[in-house]
Design a protein around this ligand. Structure first.
Ligand code: S3P
Length: 450
């Protein structure tokens, strides 16, 4: 929900070798979609391994507000009794999506082709983020949006009483926009077509097929052309949510930069639209291996083993890989500070409109801790000088952004002096057990002034 109380400063001090098994929580993207698609199916969807972070809990509350019965059975087991496509009730209260861009954008899509209205809000970070990228295509279905200037939340969506299917080329690489259009397309008669020039995470497409929708993806000269037939009856599913590669990134990267470390991160989803960070780290010379590769619930999964890697080199990260590691650039920039040479990250303008402007947030925190960073509108580069060379000692602003806070905590494990963030509270949005999990591996995390 909006805000998470007063700021909670958090420090990470240089630590000894990290070792052990890091069981990271369920995938955030798949968790949101499990609840939303479960709410749009007829009957009971059962979910195990749901991420119980604040972002997903806000989506669970929202689905209840639209009329679905959502039950927490404990230990990541949830059930959703759905109301069917087009069956959403009109919420009688404002929908607060907290910090979650994925939550608000997907839910707006899911309700926009039904004859109901809903008002959405979020925390100070979410209320700054652009929503026109979603409300523009939703208007093509016949929905109307009234928000603050610049298309910001709080915002009311008046759903289309008589929705028409659309053909929409997504102008920015965004799985949230693609998914919002597909979810709106569910309740429009006929075929909704979404075209994306660059492949973004495809969980919505995979899960819609799993729920019984007729959906096809073709790769043509235009890009990925996704065609969905509207008004299906979605069948409830049994979903085992794989562990989140975006959360695995933190213990993996910590192990690579802390001398002597050897950490196993089991059961990580390695969907190719998500695994770009691990490919990049291996190209840099990281000692990162995939063990026990398998398929679970239609997604490729492996156990990741990460060991201290003293000889990593800076590389040019191919811009074509950006979408598959978009949430991982902050922690990659930390690893780059401990590699030798320049790591160049281009084609990453989207980082400027995440939970924070992630280029600005990381660049200023890295510089304050003694790292060389250059940046432009859609690129940035970090020059590293190898293990043990980063000073640390500064306090960084986390800007209500969980991934910024966790990245700086990882950095402090390998700097000469501790690194502090002004607020570790946002970590609970996606990785509520970050602190005990990292401590159990050997991290020295503390709360100054607590
Ligand atoms: C997400 C898509 C990405 C990502 C976000 C989760 C999703 O956002 O950054 O954390 O679950 O669809 P964009 O669609 O804005 O790239």
């Amino acid at each position: 929900m909006s805000g998470h109380g007063s700021p909670k400063p958090m420090s990470s001090a240089p630590c000894g070798a990290l070792s052990g098994v890091a069981e990271v929580p369920g995938d955030k993207s798949i968790s949101h979609r499990s609840l939303i698609l479960g709410a749009m199916a007829v009957g009971e969807t059962r979910i195990t391994g749901l991420l119980e972070g604040e972002d997903v809990l806000d989506t669970a509350r929202a689905m209840r507000a639209f009329g679905a019965e959502v039950t927490d059975h404990g230990k990541g087991e949830w059930s959703v009794h759905g109301v069917g496509v087009g069956g959403f009730a009109e919420p009688d209260q404002v929908i607060d999506c907290g910090n979650s861009g994925t939550g608000v954008r997907l839910i707006m899509g899911a309700m926009a082709s039904s004859p109901i209205s809903a008002t959405f809000t979020g925390d100070a970070s979410l209320n700054k983020r652009p929503m026109a990228r979603v409300t523009d295509p939703l208007a093509l279905f016949g929905a109307q949006a009234v928000g603050r200037s610049g298309g910001r939340l709080p915002m009311t969506i008046v759903g289309a009483a008589d929705p028409v299917p659309v053909r929409y080329e997504v102008p920015v690489p965004s799985a949230q926009v693609k998914s919002a259009v597909l979810l709106a397309g569910l309740n429009a008669p006929g075929q909704t077509v979404v075209i994306e020039k660059e492949a973004t995470r495809d969980h919505t497409e995979r899960m819609l097929a799993g729920f019984g929708a007729v959906i096809t993806t073709e790769t043509t000269g235009e890009g990925r052309v996704i065609t969905l037939t509207g008004r299906p009856e979605l069948k409830p599913q049994v979903i085992a949510v794989p562990r989140d590669p975006s959360s695995a990134a933190f213990p993996v990267c910590a192990a690579l930069i802390v001398p002597g470390s050897d950490v196993l991160v089991p059961g990580i989803g390695l969907n190719p639209t998500r695994a770009g960070l691990f490919t990049t780290l291996r190209e840099m010379g990281a000692d990162l291996t995939y063990e026990n590769e398998r398929e679970e619930g239609g997604e490729p999964v492996a156990d990741l083993r990460a060991r201290f890697s003293p000889d990593m080199k800076g590389i040019d990260v191919p811009p074509a890989r950006a979408a598959s590691m978009i949430d991982e650039y902050p922690v990659l920039s930390v690893v780059a500070a401990f590699a030798s040479g320049v790591t160049m990250m281009r084609g990453v303008k989207e980082l400027r409109v995440k939970e924070s402007d992630r280029i600005e947030a990381m660049a200023s925190g890295l510089r304050a801790n003694g790292v060389d960073v250059e940046d432009g509108e859609d690129w940035w580069s970090v020059t590293g000088h190898g293990p043990g060379t980063v000073k640390g000692g500064a306090t960084c602003a986390s800007h209500l952004d969980h991934r910024i806070a966790m990245s700086f905590m990882v950095m402090g494990m390998a700097t000469q002096k501790p690194v502090t963030v002004d607020d570790g509270g946002p970590i609970a949005t996606s990785f509520p057990v970050f602190e005990p999990l990292m401590r159990q591996l050997g991290a020295d995390l503390s709360h100054p002034g607590a």
